[in-house]
Ligand binder design. Structure first.
Ligand SMILES: [Zn+2]
Ligand SMILES: [Zn+2]
Length: 419
């Protein structure tokens, strides 16, 4: 149930399903049929076999719905409630899985005070509502008190919440919305106040003090006075959590379209760095696009790249025979000078295929050596393996620009980055 609409959607679907797929025949044996989203609780009149057949029938569907069932004659658990038959009567108590730990919000958690203090109230009222006898309530309440104390709640707050639940009539908690009227009035009262919404932090109450202290200044203005005389209704928004930082929602980013040019610089293309001593500059082809000399297809360079750009895929073109080579570096494009010095040095020229080509094709004349940065490789905000991604992008361009042997100068390439 990840998305907000998921429970509503599941409810609608199951509502449709139960109306159209449970036959009148089945209904005869169903003494009770209730559902919470996709959890069913049924009281079945009949023997074991007939119930098993019933579930089998439910499972024979083309809707890809699968039902699992559990049936017992004396006790059964449903959601957080345990139902028991005692003296021909159904009694209820709280059901907690034996493996469930203490998941109550910690008292020192960074939440508004009234929210934290409200949790014991809500929890004890839940016990009161779900336990059919006073004894069961008492039993469960004792356990719950311990859990609250373990989580750093003050004994006073816990006791007060317990007493409040104990003194509340259970019947009133079972009606649909016992506090409806009261809530409505409170809401109407609040509506007259101007909402002051701010993100919750440890300084939240200090901020409120400042607002309270200085709001009378605004009363000097007639219009403001009219609007603000009821005071402000401060509403804390949820503060950032570790979860937000560790797994941020990608939604906003993908919605804003291309995020490549994150800096202020909106210029795209391959450029010189302009340093007088830079050797790469001498061979850098200033360009906004690059072209496969095999397929004649042009591609836009969608990043700003110069000799100082690192983690970049580059394209070398031999200006004499037009053959091309795709390479990548996790260092800056200045490393191109290593290719150049290898070409110029007879001792090293045979070391790699690309340098060997320049010696054979044009007698090691680096004037035929032209380079373009074609893609600056970046990780998305989820992070990952940059070296791996760089290798993948290099491989992508080797294949896309047809720079493999015969047509191009990439004699070797490594596909292990995809394993
Ligand atoms: Zn340069
Ligand atoms: Zn060549």
């Amino acid at each position: 149930m990840g998305a907000k609409f998921a429970p509503s959607y599941a409810n609608l679907y199951m509502g449709w399903w139960e109306e159209t797929h449970i036959s009148a025949d089945m209904r005869k044996s169903l003494r009770l049929y209730t559902r919470y989203i996709d959890d069913l609780l049924c009281v079945w009149k009949g023997d074991e076999m007939s119930f098993i057949t019933f579930v089998q029938k439910l499972n024979q569907n083309e809707l890809n719905l699968k039902f699992t069932s559990e049936y017992r004659s004396k006790t059964i658990e449903f959601l957080d409630v345990k139902l028991m038959v005692v003296d021909k009567e159904i009694q209820t108590t709280i059901f907690r899985k034996s493996c469930s730990g203490n998941t109550l919000l910690h008292a020192t958690s960074c939440h508004p005070k009234n929210l934290v203090d409200g949790i014991p109230v809500g929890q004890f009222l839940r016990l009161r509502r779900n336990c059919s006898t006073n004894m069961k309530f008492q039993e469960q309440a004792e356990e719950m008190k311990e859990r609250f104390l373990d989580r750093g709640y003050g004994r006073k707050i816990v006791d007060r919440a317990y007493q409040r639940a104990r003194q509340t009539e259970r019947r009133s908690l079972l009606s649909v919305n016992p506090m409806g009227e009261k809530k409505k009035k409170v809401k109407q009262g609040l509506l007259k106040k101007v909402p002051f919404v701010t993100r919750y932090s440890k300084q939240f109450y200090m901020v409120l003090d400042i607002v309270k202290k200085y709001i009378p200044i605004l009363y000097a203005d007639d219009d403001f006075h009219k609007i603000l005389k009821g005071g402000v209704n401060s509403i804390p928004r949820r503060s950032h959590t570790l979860r937000d930082h560790l797994s941020p929602s990608m939604y906003r980013e993908t919605n804003r379209g291309d995020q490549r040019n994150k800096g202020f610089l909106k210029v795209e293309g391959s450029h010189k760095c302009g340093s007088r001593r830079c050797i790469t500059c001498q061979h850098m082809k200033i360009s906004k696009e690059f072209k496969s000399t095999v397929t004649n297809t042009s591609f836009k360079i969608r990043d700003y790249i110069n000799c100082n750009t690192s983690t970049v895929v580059y394209l070398i073109t031999c200006l004499k025979c037009q053959k091309q080579y795709v390479g990548c570096t996790s260092r800056t494009l200045k490393r191109i000078r290593e290719h150049l010095s290898q070409i110029k040095n007879p001792k090293t020229v045979e070391k790699s295929n690309i340098t060997r080509h320049f010696s054979k094709c044009n007698g090691s004349d680096v004037a035929y050596f032209s380079v373009q940065g074609i893609e600056k490789v970046r990780l998305g905000s989820r992070g990952g393996n940059l070296a791996g991604l760089l290798a993948k992008r290099e491989l992508f361009w080797i294949f896309y620009l047809h720079t493999r042997l015969q047509l191009g100068l990439n004699y070797e390439f490594d596909v292990t980055c995809f394993t």
